[in-house]
Design a protein around this ligand. Structure first.
Ligand SMILES: NC(=O)c1ccc[n+]([C@@H]2O[C@H](COP(=O)([O-])OP(=O)(O)OC[C@H]3O[C@@H](n4cnc5c(N)ncnc54)[C@H](O)[C@@H]3O)[C@@H](O)[C@H]2O)c1
Length: 314
């Protein structure tokens, strides 16, 4: 039998957060889902609203919070360029002030806290694949910096609280993840291509389509976050969580068009500034420390995601 805990999930009404709430409740825990609904939606968690062990809190992490919990997953932050560039100052505040507030709460409660960091801390990497000891190649003053540098500073804060206050921290560097409940208009490549294919619109491909990405299905990613939270207190990370299967963006576009059975054609556009050409995690550390690796093949993950968007747009 598992020990029942009270868990705070910030950003709990978002894509990853809502799946995490599902899994924590299914495992028998009490969940406080905190969100300001900037990119998250009630639709993602409406099936949980009647459950006695689920509580929804409308709150902005840039303001202090006082609740009693045993664990904190800090996911609050817009994750797609369209959303995080909408109000870049607020994005940095969400990462940095949000981290300070949640770390302050964890310090007061002496509880374990996990940060959802990102592969964007590696920037446009000059080593490939990326291991956790690579320090990254990040532009500090570009349009993506509010997110990349905000997340880097949040990591710094986590490790300073660890060293200075002996806080029990966990840092996950999440690589591209996809699945049901992604935002349909967030411009992320998987959701973009699926929505365009379902609508029979041209598939917009930036650059020549030879840039590669690795895609992790949401169920695998959530499994990784839960394993990390449950890992030995000596293990802080940062640890990469993502898929090693590397695909060109063009391959992804063609696969989605074929799976949807869409008449859509591919249209090429110029590459946005600072868009990384290639990114793939080295997940040796996650394998060794967490016994974790992704299991869901791209085609089955895509098939669930296409079914979700078909119903949403239907
Ligand atoms: N999905 C990915 O591929 C991916 C990759 C790397 C890192 N991450 C990280 O994982 C986390 C979750 O990402 P996601 O894909 O679910 O994105 P998402 O946008 O769906 O979820 C983020 C959630 O945070 C909420 N939020 C934003 N600002 C807030 C604030 N100031 N106060 C309270 N809530 C706020 C949003 O409303 C939303 O519900 C983010 O921290 C993101 O940086 C995600």
């Amino acid at each position: 039998m598992i020990e029942r805990r009270s868990v705070l999930v910030t950003g709990g009404a978002g894509f990853l957060g809502s799946h995490l709430c599902d899994r924590l409740l299914a495992a028998g825990h009490d969940v406080i889902c905190l969100d300001n609904f900037f990119t998250g939606t009630k639709r993602n968690i409406e099936h949980l609203l009647g459950q006695p062990r689920f509580e929804l809190l409308r709150h902005d992490v840039t303001f202090p919070l006082y609740v009693e919990v045993d664990e904190i997953y800090n996911l609050a932050c817009p994750a797609s360029p369209i959303h995080y560039q909408h109000d870049p100052v607020q994005t940095t505040k969400t990462s940095v002030h949000g981290a300070i507030n949640m770390l302050g709460l964890a310090k007061r409660l002496r509880c374990r806290i996990l940060q959802a960091s990102t592969s964007e801390v590696y920037g446009d990497p000059s080593v490939h694949p990326q291991r956790e000891d690579y320090w990254g190649n990040v532009n500090p003053i570009g349009p993506r910096s509010c997110y990349d540098e905000g997340k880097r500073c949040a990591e710094t804060l986590f490790f300073d609280y660890f060293r200075q206050h002996r806080l029990d921290i966990k840092v996950a560097r999440i690589f591209n993840t996809y699945g049901p409940r992604m935002h349909p208009n967030d411009g992320r490549v998987v959701s973009n291509f699926i929505v365009q294919a379902l609508r029979g619109e041209p598939i917009t491909l930036y650059g020549d389509g030879k840039q590669t990405r690795s895609f992790c299905y949401v169920d695998d990613l959530i499994d990784g976050l839960i394993r990390l939270m449950g890992s030995d207190s000596g293990f802080t990370g940062p640890v990469n969580l993502g898929s090693e299967g590397e695909f060109t963006i063009r391959h992804l576009a063609e696969t989605i068009v074929a799976m949807v059975g869409s008449p859509s054609r591919i249209e090429f556009r110029s590459l946005p500034q600072d868009d990384p050409k290639q990114r793939r995690p080295d997940i040796g550390l996650a394998r060794e420390q967490l016994g974790w690796q992704p299991r869901v093949p791209l085609e089955s993950g895509l098939s669930n995601t296409i079914a979700y968007f078909r119903e949403l747009l239907g």
